[in-house]
Design a protein around this ligand. Structure first.
Ligand code: PRP
Ligand code: GUN
Length: 184
């Protein structure tokens, strides 16, 4: 199956260095705050676990799972919560952790949703940003890397549930994915 990989875009070493930098930045920015880290299943799991080890603060961790329909430019899109947080976010400083921002639909919905629940602040960290595919503008507060408009796998990102455990970030060969996947 590794024959499906076109190219390694970001090496294991580069990811590790960037996550350490992001962890330091967050540690500085959230010193006097009430940090709650919210990972979006499943893609964010690998990034979140590495990131949290680099944040030198007491933190709450929780997870949400969402599904989205109609991400194409022809649709306004709809996001549904499949697994919600265990606890209230009232008064918490929320940091949403994502693996990738693509159309912007998921993070736009989640930011609004958590703000409405009375969080003190809601910010976004994403390992990857694919700005070429954006439909909805979203403010990214912390970014790992920008990636080109390719189908990305590794470090939590899957193709048909495969490749999430690759320790680097790679582009899949064009012949493996098709327009249906990118325009779903
Ligand atoms: O900006 P958007 O167009 O909304 O896309 C980004 C979302 O898509 C991916 O999740 P996916 O639905 O593939 O689920 P997964 O994390 O379980 O792989 C990714 O993890 C983001 O949550
Ligand atoms: N695995 C994967 N999931 C995505 N979700 C949105 N864009 C991508 C991508 O490039 N790869």
């Amino acid at each position: 199956m590794k024959n499906d990989i076109k190219e390694i875009l970001i090496s294991e070493e580069e990811v590790s260095v960037r996550i350490k930098e992001l962890g330091k930045e967050i540690t500085k920015d959230y010193k006097e705050k009430n940090l709650m880290v919210v990972g979006i299943l499943k893609g964010a799991v690998v990034f979140m676990s590495e990131l949290c080890k680099r944040i030198d603060l007491p933190i709450d961790m929780d997870f949400m799972s969402v599904s989205s329909y109609g991400k194409s430019s022809r649709s306004t899109g709809e996001v549904k919560i499949i697994k919600d947080l265990d606890d209230s976010v009232e008064g918490k400083d929320i940091l949403i952790v994502e693996d990738i921002i693509d159309t912007g639909l998921t993070l736009s919905y989640l930011t609004d949703n958590l703000k409405k629940r009375g969080a003190n602040s809601v910010k976004i960290i994403t390992l990857l940003d694919k700005p070429g595919r954006r439909n909805i503008q979203v403010k990214v507060d912390y970014l790992g890397f920008e990636v080109p408009n390719e189908f990305i796998v590794g470090y939590g990102l899957d193709f048909s549930e495969m490749y999430r455990n690759l320790p680097y970030i790679a582009a899949l060969k064009e012949e493996v994915y098709n327009d249906e996947i990118l325009n779903k």
